[in-house]
Design a protein around this ligand. Sequence first.
Ligand code: SAH
Ligand code: SF4
Ligand code: F3S
Length: 472
Amino acid sequence: MINENTNANELEAARQLGFINELRARFELEYQKTGRRKTYHIETFGCQMNAHDSEKMSGILKQIGYVETDTEDADFVLYNTCTVRENANNRVYGRLGTLGTIKKNHPGMIVALCGCMMQEEAVVEKIKTSFPFVDIIFGTHNIFKLAELIQTHLDSDRMIIDLWKDTDLIVENLPNDRKYPFKAGVNIMFGCNNFCSYCIVPYVRGRERSRNPQDIINEIKALAADGVIEVMLLGQNVNSYGKTLEKPVSFAQLLEQVEKIDGIERIRFMTSHPKDLSDELIEVMKNSKKICRHLHLPLQSGSSRLLKLMNRRYTKEDYLSLVEKIRNAMPDISLTTDIIVGFPGETEEDFEDTLDVVRRVGFDSAFTFIYSKRAGTPAATMKEQVDEELAKERFNRLLKEIQQSCTIASGRHVHSWQKVLVEEVNRQDPDYLTGRLSNNILVHFAGDKSLIGKIVDVYLEESKGFYYMGRL
Ligand code: SAH
Ligand code: SF4
Ligand code: F3S
């Protein structure tokens, strides 16, 4: 499969490995002198895409010779930022204040910022003036350059700013440091072309680009060989995967190929945009033994009028009939969603429509957000911005509704045997383990930590709303 960018991508990967190796040699020399390895700390804000990017950067840092530490008093501190809502930005500014004080007492400390927030010019201007101690700023398109940026900074000792507006480079085969040995995220596409009117992601993540199916399959095969049994395929809108490839491939076809990989026992993906969820995908999911019984299907609003203003390109009725089709094919599927309240112009009637959909669908869980105005998006200039107090009041009403319907929905599996992937020792009680059902709900049960990373049969004894208590 020859892609016009294949060469550029491979050349870039080779260049970056060069920087990694140079720094590694340099750090090794320093280690021989000081007897101390340099430490790094990454703080990740935002979504799974960011979390996965952080794993990649962690891989690069480890390869260079840094060792990870869980405090911010480290030789290299990286904030991988999010800008989807205003409070995400505020958290970063708050943390940066403290970090400045830590840096004063830590000679040689390097502070780097990357991620979605850095793709906004106004943010970078603010950082330059308010937080001049920051050493490196880069964005979402060039995380693979981390080693090169560190090298440039070490050689020049000035603030390095490297921001790309967009890219069509997809650099493969750089290091990656997984958080769990048995499960892994895999990017299948980058960027977003949907331009929902409230959303900043298309501006900070660039145009939609799909990875070559063969590169994805090769990565997953290598992960399986390395002990991974569950993969999470990542993209802002996985249902439109492959449309822009030279040889178009559908998301459902990609899933069929992943299904064939020996060793992979569970396949998850996120996020699905309702407008692009195909019958073919439902069919493939239904017939699959590995694709998990879970769909995250962001609703955003139940009002067709608002959905139009949001540029979501489906109506309330479309959404409900899609849910019906999915449930008919897979009655046991778990559905989760994202909802925004207080979008400009939202009336009581619009909001009632959202409550109505929540009641009718019975989501297993829902992430709810108060609309946050993002500069540069079409919704930011809409005249009828909703009063903050009113939005908060609706938000609380929505939460109540969701809590009720979630308890009912997730209680339906109680007193059944389920396959559970054991993920970790329970954080509250070391005699207990925590694992995940196919439908993504957590279960806690007594067991030995040797089971971590294995799929076991667990009897669900009690439903606690968002999780179960069970026994092996
Ligand atoms: N690509 C995913 C969503 C990514 S952002 C999708 O299309 O579903 C995650 C969630 O953040 C969105 O689903 C939306 O509910 C919320 N969100 C995005 N922009 C927002 C804004 N300006 N204010 C409040 N919530 C927002
Ligand atoms: Fe944002 Fe819409 Fe793209 Fe999701 S699909 S990332 S909500 S623009
Ligand atoms: Fe935030 Fe960027 Fe994800 S804005 S939600 S980290 S794509």
